[in-house]
Ligand binder design. Sequence first.
Ligand code: ZN
Length: 178
Amino acid sequence: MALRNILQEGDPTLNKQSRPVTDFNARLHELIDDMRETLLHADGVGLAAPQVGVLRRVVLVMDTDREDATPEEQLIELINPEIIAASGEQIGPEGCLSIPGVYGIVNRPDLVKVKAQDRFGNYFEVWGSMLTARAFCHELDHLDGVLFRSLASEILSPEQLEEMRQQHEENMDEGSGS
Ligand code: ZN
């Protein structure tokens, strides 16, 4: 395994369409293993192959709904993913490893169901809610060359982001009381 360089906004590769994976071979497995290491190292919630310069439909998403799992266990590998159901709405801050330090308000569904293949080509379906749902949408957008900045209704200043985080924490505190 090796760390790969994460492309930054402005690199034209990030605006290109990625092609479906057709060969579930050792080369794909090497790409996925490198992406796992790169994502864990960057401490992100998702990573798409075009972000490491490979225009193939491969993404990783951290399933943060599984709170008891380790980061390694939370990683979901999605090959040729498609959103097959979505419901609800969440309006909140979103960031990207390719646009470090920038956060914007993006409207996303709060529950999505994704159909994908695993690294061996087997089909499976997975649900994600809240942050995981947002990460599914964000990473799948990367496969179509879309960055969150083009979807954001507003780009947040560092002060606005901090204020939002504090509000979020207060809500969490209220929610976690028994
Ligand atoms: Zn991103």
